[in-house]
Design a protein. Structure first.
Length: 288
């Protein structure tokens, strides 16, 4: 450029992208020393080139700010949609409830330890309250289950079998509701199908649902019979429980060898003496 010229001297930097992209030009519009400070710079954005004049730079900042606001608004709308919100709140509520129950039970156990003359801060008892709380929640986990849940549609059509089906010697562990100490024993279940049969393991699972609660043996026997009767609508159902109650073993009369036997018979087991006798012969190991 001649030294006597006072015209603007634009500096253009061209960058070429890949073959599929256009060429972008970056232009810096300079001014000579003789130009007035308040003279407006020429905008070349309309020519398809990127201008960095103050006016265009301000416009780009505004557009970027608007874009961020829209993105933030869209993200908030998605996170608060009815389905996501409901699902997340449900999970959070369940976790919060479980933690709250555990904390309350742990605190209660510390109080009990103090009341019996123990020191909850003693090394051997530091984690005992939490262990006890978790153990008790497991031993009463049947409250959160139902026969329908554990059955899981394991009921099948079978018209050919009209004889007794027996599942015996099912171990159970329950809690006496009067003293909250265990009673343990065995359950024997028999039923006569009436066009439908139940998965054999589901009988044991149904027994588990009701035994993992605070119970009395008499009610437990009836509940198992009711659940099987409701599930397969058999010609008859019979349930026998024999167990040892620790409220009679560890305290009170302290009779170690005592056993309690309860039974519940429905349908043909109740109305037909021969059918009932056949069931009891099977579970007692006597010939039919």
């Amino acid at each position: 450029m001649a030294s006597g010229s006072n015209s603007p001297s634009p500096i253009t930097v061209s960058t070429s992208s890949t073959a599929s992209n256009n060429v972008a030009d970056v232009v810096v519009v300079g001014k000579s020393q003789n130009d007035s400070a308040d003279e407006e710079e020429e905008c070349i954005l309309s020519q398809g080139r990127i201008c960095i004049c103050s006016s265009c730079d301000d416009e780009r900042k505004k557009l970027e700010l608007t874009r961020k606001r829209r993105k933030r608004s869209s993200s908030q709308t998605t996170s608060t949609s009815p389905l996501s919100s409901e699902f997340c709140q449900e999970v959070s509520k369940q976790q919060s409830d479980d933690a709250e129950k555990l904390n309350k039970m742990t605190s209660a156990c510390k109080t009990i330890l103090k009341c019996i003359g123990e020191d909850p801060s003693r090394e051997g008892l530091l984690k005992t309250p939490e262990r006890w709380a978790k153990a008790l929640l497991f031993m009463t986990s049947g409250y959160s289950l139902s026969p329908e849940q554990v059955l899981n549609d394991a009921v099948f059509t079978e018209d050919s079998h009209k004889e007794i089906v027996v599942v015996k010697d099912i171990d159970i562990h329950s809690m006496c509701e009067h003293h909250m100490v265990p009673f343990t024993g065995r359950i024997h279940v028999g039923y006569i199908p009436n066009g439908k049969i139940i998965g054999l393991s589901k009988i044991a699972r149904i027994a588990e649902v009701f035994s993992r609660r605070l119970q009395v043996q008499e009610r437990l026997t009836r509940q198992i019979a009711d659940a099987i009767e409701k599930s397969v609508e058999p010609l008859g159902v019979a349930v026998v429980i024999e167990s040892s109650h620790f409220c009679m073993v560890m305290r009170g009369v302290q009779k170690v060898g005592a056993k309690t036997v309860t039974s519940c018979v429905r349908g043909c087991f109740e109305s037909n003496q021969k059918t009932r006798a056949e069931f009891f012969n099977i579970i007692n190991g006597r010939p039919r």
